[in-house]
Design a protein around this ligand. Structure first.
Ligand code: FMN
Length: 165
């Protein structure tokens, strides 16, 4: 099973840290959108798309890449992100980030991708005036976030292998 993790991580490298944990479990390659040749994606069985959340959605480089992808029928994908909104209210955080994932999810689905999992966690945020107060989510992603990312990847692995069996 060939797996690719595509990540755009520009603010504090928060999302690439998560991408590395996921890729490690899945034995996957990691690339930035710029490094991806859309044609090569046909060689992968499962593709992950992730970035920090910017203005309530994924980074535009991810959308620009997806725009160039050929239509597929049986390709599986997963979505991940880190977000600067406060992580201490778990349920609100989950509701917010799952809304932020919708535009990318719908775009991938419109290209024929089946979304088999989504992951999000808080990421250190010093955007705009927030930096004057020391930033939000300092130290995130943390050990607990990496543990959840690992569990997420293990679940993906199990699901993908189950389908192959
Ligand atoms: C220009 C800018 C816009 C941002 N917009 C949002 C936002 O709308 N919602 C949010 O929760 N976090 C927002 N953030 C915080 C980032 O999502 C967060 O820091 C994320 O972990 C960055 O990931 P990265 O280091 O992988 O780029 C923004 C950060 C920047 C720099």
């Amino acid at each position: 099973m060939k797996i690719l993790v595509i990540v755009k991580s520009i603010h504090h490298q928060n999302t690439v840290k998560i991408a590395k944990v996921i890729a490690d479990v899945l034995n996957a390659e990691i690339k930035t959108p710029r490094e991806v040749n859309p044609e090569e994606l046909k060689n992968f069985d499962l593709i992950g798309f992730g970035s920090g959340i910017y203005s309530d959605t994924h980074h535009k480089a991810i959308f620009n890449l997806v725009d160039t992808l050929p239509q597929v029928t049986t390709k599986k994908a997963f979505i991940f992100s880190t977000s600067g909104s406060p992580g201490r209210f778990a349920e609100e955080f989950r509701n917010y980030t799952s809304k932020c994932h919708i535009p990318l999810k719908e775009k991938l689905q419109s290209h024929g991708y089946k979304i088999i999992g989504e992951f999000s966690c808080p990421g250190f945020n010093t955007n705009s005036f927030i930096k004057f107060f020391g930033g939000l989510n300092r130290g995130r992603p943390n050990a607990e976030d990496f543990k959840r990312a690992k569990e997420f990847a293990l679940n993906l692995k199990q699901e993908s292998f189950e389908e192959v069996k």
